[in-house]
Design a protein around this ligand. Sequence first.
Ligand code: GLU
Length: 428
Amino acid sequence: MADQSFNAFAMAQRQFDRVAEMLGLDEAARALLRNPDREFHFNIPVRMDDGSVTVFRGFRVQHNDARGPCKGGIRFHPQETVDTVRALATWMTWKCAVVNIPLGGGKGGVICDPHHLSMREQEGICRGWVRQVGRAIGPVQDVPAPDVMTTGQHMLWMMDEYEKMNGGHFPGMITGKPLGQGGSEGRTEATGYGVVYTLREALLRKSIDIATTTASVQGFGNVAQFAIEAYTNLGGNVVCVSSWDQGDQCSYTFKRDSGVDLDELRSMTDRFGGIDKTKATAAGYEVLDGGAWIAQDVDILMPCALENQVNAETVLKVSERVKFMAEGANGPTTPEADEVLAAKSVFVIPDFLCNAGGVTCSYFEQVQCNMNYFWPKDEVLERLDSIMTKAFHAVTDLAEQHGVIMRDAAYMIAIQRVAEACRLRGLV
Ligand code: GLU
């Protein structure tokens, strides 16, 4: 996000335009789907711990709800922009459609840096966010969830504020809640696990034994950690992870050829996924610059951090050995980089398919909240695996059939589903 010239929404529109053209989508559907349905921009005044008031800027963008209530996370990030939120909301529409769950797309954000905010101040932001946009969200309108630097605790404060506004219990108004408070087993793991379910299937299709592969992961937040866990459980070896260093305001790559140890790294990590350099060095990790994760001689790359990380410049560092890329992040790869990866025959599992496990489990969470009956973890993960596996093969079959890249095939399925819903409703 440091690159000011990068605009995630312009990229999302470019990806959409390309496939809308391939599909011969009519003009009205294009006009409807290339911009969000509606958006909210607002102030959130918060009384800080020192007694002063800080006014934060908040957003909620509702891209499309033709297939069901808008759905998507809320990010807390110092460099958040409305265009980033627009892009992420748009990608949520395609994400829910490609895995065929009855939800639309939305996203929220607040420009803030939780590294410098107490929990009480963060609670103030959460409650203020809901007070500003509470009438436009809800179980049948728009359902938020966690994303970058937000957790189950943030969701619970938001739910509590919403319930105060509306007088009742509405656990289906938000997902990613803690267990026992309307949360679902497996929700925390779901995005990272889902990344690996699709990767496992990609390797199977190419008859590669996952236990013979190595991977390099960008990021060490929630998605990355559970992707590492699932991949390692299947016998894969992660040799590299990168993480943001708050003190130095840059990221570093932590490398160990024998493989990273997830629990060991977790024990030296702050709550935002920042790994302690000194402790990591003592444990035998080589500390490299933040961009080194992409240049590793591995079979698989997993960008699990932010957007615009695999771009025209960084893609040139991708080793000849890399044959798969599983996008745990939203929007990590630019269209220019896609072309280079296609020329190198890298099998890219595109973001809104690869990382759809989170929202799929959020959908399960809503279903369980509606029934007020909660499933055991095994059942949640089994259902998740089945939806992810089915969606992955549908996209891969279409990509092979039409000779297009995986991202275009995923867009073809998603756009057709959403356009059809808009047509059936008489919107276009
Ligand atoms: N923030 C996650 C995503 O980007 C999950 C969204 C949700 O569960 O609604 O997919």
